[in-house]
Design a protein around this ligand. Sequence first.
Ligand code: SAM
Length: 280
Amino acid sequence: MTQGVLYVVATPIGNLEDISLRATRQLSEVSLILAEDTRHTQILLHHLNIRTPLSALHDHNEAGQVPFILQKLRSGEDLALVSDAGTPLISDPGYRLVKAVLEAGIRVSPVPGACAMVAAVSVAGVASDRFAFEGFLPAKTTARRTRLAQLRRETRTLIFYEAPHRILETLQDMREMMGDRELTVCRELTKTFETVRKGVLSDILLWVEQDSQQQRGEMVLVLAGADEDLVEDQEENLRVLYVLLEELPLRQAVDLAVRLTGCRKKWLYDAALARGKRDD
Ligand code: SAM
């Protein structure tokens, strides 16, 4: 018997007209659509006049659903996987399922379309021949700042997803941990209040603080990568710090590194923490 195919189907990130012709056809032809939130996807299906049944597949039930889904695919049924918006698996559920389907030797086929990070990169006006997608930063302050410290020397453009209630804190942390670099905020893409604003972090922060509208909706942050020359200097400064950390307690090592390198104490201190050194 011929096995079925799992189609991984992108759906719009705001504007329903962004659904592709192929996505529409595939969603109406499969026997079942696996959706992150069935009520959410039902609105899209209603708009497209599609009556295919839906079944929930989210982070909490994904592992348990796999055997049932594999059985359907083995018996020849074609299925579709969608998330609430955009491309499944991009900061969305589906990874475990796709892995299991591939491991079972069953075909997985993409039906590409909207993806917020790709849409953002396409309008951010930053170097985009290569970039690093970071998804969501950690929600807790210390973990977020540590992650940013680890990314400080990344020269590729960095792409982040961010929730509106954390935008101010995140911008503050970025300015402090990454320096006053260029950032593009891409908010509510493809929707009525779509906004793309580019500037240095301190200007963007001021603008977001002063206009509460900018603290709402969905947003992607596109941050310029580190300056290559600066990174070389920093490598040398970090080398000094790491040698000192091997011999001395954290605070002493940082104090001495300030004198030897001329770097800011806070920068060296965060770098020492990011290295895993404890402040005893
Ligand atoms: N899978 C989706 C994709 O392909 O982009 C992303 C899902 S993730 C759970 C949701 C995040 O994507 C939001 O918090 C926001 O950062 C970003 N996002 C989604 N839609 C957006 C839009 N219309 N404008 C800006 N950012 C958006």
